[in-house]
Design a protein around this ligand. Structure first.
Ligand code: MN
Length: 203
């Protein structure tokens, strides 16, 4: 997996950040894991990470996920992350890549939906999946947008909730406000930033 994490490693100075180097071997689980990290960087966003082929495929969701199928949330594809990133909660030093506070906002398992393999669905740009987390449940789709001049070298997707029992018709972002603490440690962003409170419990 070394190759798949070369971009991840090249962006970081591990003398200066406590983020995982991606060298720890993570016990394989029968089910595919997902994690959402609330990340108070230059701009607050929520990082969606879905385990696939030994890494976390990752998207930075600028406004965070919504439970309202009418909402299309911009999800910027970012570099694959190591599986031990799924237990990372803490601060990234100022001046480092992604400097700011990281909270484990949700975690659990996911499974692909539809007839295609996840690799095929990602290549096609129409990736349907179901989340079974502590906070997020039900079907979502990541739909890749056409590249345009403004997006430049970024690959932009839209994260959209499917219509199902877990969808809502109004106030789709309320789940973000109602769950302001870490799913792993119970801490607020302030407590994490100050290094107070409990360490996150592994999932
Ligand atoms: Mn981030």
């Amino acid at each position: 997996m070394a190759d798949r994490l070369s971009t991840y490693r090249s962006k970081r100075d591990f003398e200066k950040t406590r983020e995982p180097k991606g060298e720890a071997s993570v016990k394989p689980s029968k089910r595919l894991r997902f994690v959402i990290q609330k990340h108070d960087a230059t701009r607050l966003h929520y990082d969606l990470r879905l385990e696939l082929d030994g890494v976390f495929k990752s998207w930075a969701v600028t406004r965070g996920p919504s439970l309202d199928p009418h909402d299309k949330r911009l999800a910027v594809e970012v570099e694959d992350h190591p599986l031990d990133y799924g237990d990372f909660e803490g601060t990234i030093a100022k001046g480092q890549y992604g400097g700011g506070t990281v909270m484990l906002w949700d975690r659990g398992y996911w499974r692909p939906e539809g007839g295609l393999s996840p690799e095929e669905a990602l290549a096609k740009g129409d990736f349907k999946f179901t989340l079974q987390g502590k906070r997020l449940r039900g079907g979502f789709v990541l739909a890749r947008m056409r590249r345009d001049r403004e997006s430049g070298k970024r690959t932009n997707w839209l994260l959209i909730k499917h219509r199902d029992d877990h969808a809502v018709t109004t106030d789709g972002a309320r789940i973000l406000d109602e769950n302001a603490t870490s799913v792993a440690s119970g801490r607020s962003m302030e407590e994490i930033a100050e290094g107070r409170g409990r360490r996150p419990r592994p999932s």
